[in-house]
Design a protein around this ligand. Structure first.
Ligand code: NAD
Length: 256
């Protein structure tokens, strides 16, 4: 379905980003991966699906790095057709204890990076008369939790940004949407499971059960594969009129 398209998925060396990258590659899209840590393993996983794969190590908190990554996409892949703004970090602390540098990093990586990728990639999509932008927000783009002020502010901001750009592009063949996962068992969440296990003096399985029970009525983690399938749908022709949505996949978290 996506043969001949090129997708850039930020933060795709791990977790949800890698799941989305693999789902897009299974539909034939060429992939540009990004993120920290080992890139060779994820690159090999994507390449095994028979598509062209590249990698750029841009630090998403740095606008100049982001510009270099978009230039790389243009030079090596002829531009970006599908932009998935996924890179993100978390820090949990009460506002009066929140480290200023963590606040700045979360706003830069989880929110401002999407502004930079979008402003740089959108003109190419409009020129080619096709494009999809999918912003990985969170249930925390729709509702709040205590001790996550920077993350909640950034994700609510990302949902607002999504709606604004969807309106700016409403009459074009480019669609812009956000997806809002509930708990997904990735390294980002495992850190919170570990913290809960230590606080409550329980094992890993019990900590996971307690984490889910607090917020996610299905009592099941959302998976990167499910989020990949939702992204593939948003890239399909059938989704041409899905615009400016913040689509929750959260086991009922935001239904309460
Ligand atoms: P993860 O830690 O597994 O992956 C994060 C990815 O972002 C990694 O590839 C990492 O290298 C990359 N990254 C981090 N900082 C970066 C930077 N400065 N520059 C470039 N890359 C950077 O986390 P995840 O859970 O897969 O999270 C992915 C996205 O999904 C995030 O935006 C997160 O907020 C969102 N999300 C996660 C959950 C969850 O439960 N795990 C729920 C809702 C939303």
């Amino acid at each position: 379905m996506l043969k001949g398209k090129t997708a850039l998925v930020t933060g795709s060396t791990s977790g949800i980003g890698l799941g989305i990258a693999l789902a897009l590659a299974r539909q034939g899209a060429n992939l540009i991966l990004n993120g920290f840590g080992d890139a060779e393993g994820p690159k090999a996983e994507v390449a095994a699906l028979g598509v062209k794969v590249g990698y750029h190590g841009a630090d998403m908190s740095k606008p100049a790095d982001i510009a270099a990554m978009v230039a790389y996409a243009e030079a090596e892949f002829g531009g970006i057709d599908i932009l998935v703004n996924n890179a993100g970090i978390q820090h949990v602390a009460k506002v009066e204890d929140f480290p200023v540098e963590k606040w700045d990093a979360i706003i830069a990586i989880n929110l401002s990076s999407a502004f930079h990728t979008t402003r740089l990639a959108l003109p190419g999509m409009l020129k080619k008369s096709w494009g999809r932008i999918v912003n990985v927000a969170s249930t925390h783009g729709l509702v709040a939790s205590a001790q996550k002020s920077a993350y909640v502010a950034a994700k609510h901001g990302l949902v607002g940004f999504t709606k604004s750009i969807a309106l700016e592009t409403a009459t074009t063949p480019v669609t812009v949407n956000a997806i809002c996962p509930g708990w997904v068992l990735t390294p980002l969440v495992q850190k919170q499971v570990d913290a809960l296990a230590a606080k409550d003096g329980v094992g890993d399985d019990e900590a996971k059960r307690r984490l889910l029970a607090e917020k996610q009525p299905s009592l099941q983690f959302t998976t990167p594969e499910e989020l990949g399938a939702l992204t593939v749908f948003l890239c399909s022709d059938a989704a041409i009129n899905v615009r400016g949505q913040a689509w929750a996949m959260d086991g009922g978290w935001t239904a309460v």
